[in-house]
Design a protein around this ligand. Structure first.
Ligand SMILES: C[S@@+](CC[C@H](N)C(=O)[O-])C[C@H]1O[C@@H](n2cnc3c(N)ncnc32)[C@H](O)[C@@H]1O
Length: 287
C-alpha cells in the first residue's frame, strides 16, 4: 500500500468514525479491508483504494468504515461496573426518580449486544424493586452489521463462556443447536438503533445512566472531549457515566467527576449545566 492511500484511509476513517490509526497500522488496515475488497469483487487492495478515492458508493464507504471497527465485547465485562450498577447506581436512581418512576439508560457503543443485555439481566434480577417502573435501554452503535447481530441475541459457546455466570446462562438463554439464544423477555427490554458518536446525541433524548465503554480509546483527544461534552448535555446532574477500564475523563473533559472510590464511574461535575429532570436532585450524592 502506498503512503498516499494509507493517508487517505486514515483521514477518511477519522472523519467518518473518529477512529485514529497510528502510522504503523498499515497491516491492520489491509487485513481488515481485504475481505471487503473481495466481497465487492475488486481485483486487489489497490483497486479498492482507487474506488474509495473517487467518490465511493455510500454502501462501500459504510462497509469500509464498519470493517475497521473493533467489536470485541463480552457479558458483564470487567464485572465491577455491573456490580456497581446493582448495588450503588440503581438504588440511588430508585430513590432519586421515585416520583417519575422512569429511568433511561444508554449503551453508546453496544457492539454485539452483550453490554445492554447484561444490564437487562440485572434489571430482571431486580424486578421486584422495579415493579411499576419504566426502564428504557437504548443501545446504539455505528455498525449496522453488528447491530443486526445484537438484535438477534444469539451467541456462540465461546461468547457465553466469557463473563456470563452459569446461573444467568441457565435462566436467560436457550440452547439452539450450537448457539445460545437470549430470552425474548430480555431482548424486548433493549431498543437497538444506529448512532454515530461523532453526531449530536440530542435527538436521542435525556439519559440517567450512560455506558460509553471501550470506544473512546480509539479516538484522539479532541474527539473524546467532543463526545463526552455531547453526552454530558444529555444527562441530569445526578446522571451516571460508565467508561471502560482503560478510559478516563481526566485531562479530557471537565464535565464529569469520578465518584469517589468507584473506578470508571462518573457523575456530572459541579458547576456544569445539566439536562433537567423534574424532581431529580441536582447532584449524585455518594453515601
Ligand atoms: C470494543 S467495542 C465496545 C463494546 C462494549 N461497549 C464493551 O465495552 O464491551 C467498540 C464498539 O464501538 C463502535 N464504534 C466505533 N466507532 C463508533 C462511533 N463513531 N460511533 C458509535 N459507535 C462506534 C464499534 O462499532 C464497536 O462495536
Amino acid at each position: 500500500m502506498n503512503v498516499q492511500d494509507y493517508d487517505f484511509f486514515c483521514k477518511m476513517l477519522k472523519e467518518q468514525s473518529g477512529l485514529v490509526l497510528s502510522k504503523d497500522k498499515a497491516y491492520l488496515l489491509k487485513s481488515r479491508l481485504m475481505p471487503v475488497a473481495t466481497r465487492w469483487k475488486f481485483a486487489n487492495f489497490d483497486a479498492l483504494a482507487k474506488a474509495m478515492r473517487s467518490r465511493p458508493d455510500e454502501k462501500l464507504l459504510r462497509d469500509v468504515v464498519e470493517a475497521m471497527t473493533t467489536n470485541e465485547s463480552f457479558f458483564f465485562r470487567d464485572t465491577r461496573p455491573f456490580d456497581q450498577l446493582r448495588t450503588l447506581v440503581l438504588p440511588r436512581m430508585l430513590k432519586n426518580r421515585a416520583q417519575q418512576r422512569h429511568i433511561r439508560i444508554w449503551c453508546a457503543a453496544c457492539s454485539s449486544g452483550q453490554e445492554p443485555y447484561s444490564i437487562a439481566m440485572i434489571l430482571c434480577e431486580e424486578a421486584a424493586k422495579l415493579a411499576g417502573w419504566r426502564v428504557d435501554i437504548l443501545a446504539t452503535d455505528l455498525s449496522g452489521d453488528i447491530l443486526r447481530r445484537a438484535k438477534e441475541g444469539a451467541y456462540s459457546q465461546f461468547e457465553v463462556q466469557r463473563g456470563l455466570p452459569i446461573t444467568m446462562l441457565m435462566k436467560h438463554f436457550e440452547q439452539n443447536g450450537d448457539r445460545w439464544q437470549i430470552a425474548q423477555k430480555i431482548r424486548d427490554m433493549v431498543t437497538f438503533r444506529p448512532f454515530n458518536l461523532l453526531n449530536d446525541p440530542a435527538p436521542l433524548g435525556r439519559f440517567d445512566i450512560v455506558f460509553c465503554r471501550n470506544v473512546l480509546i480509539y479516538f484522539e483527544h479532541p474527539t473524546k472531549a467532543k463526545v463526552l461534552a455531547g453526552i454530558a448535555r444529555q444527562m441530569p446532574g445526578d446522571g451516571i457515566l460508565y467508561l471502560g477500564g482503560a478510559e478516563t475523563v481526566i485531562g479530557v473533559s471537565d464535565r464529569f467527576q469520578l465518584i469517589e472510590g468507584q473506578r470508571g464511574v462518573y457523575t456530572i461535575a459541579a458547576g456544569v449545566p445539566a439536562a433537567h429532570t423534574a424532581g431529580a436532585p441536582a447532584r449524585f450524592a455518594v453515601g
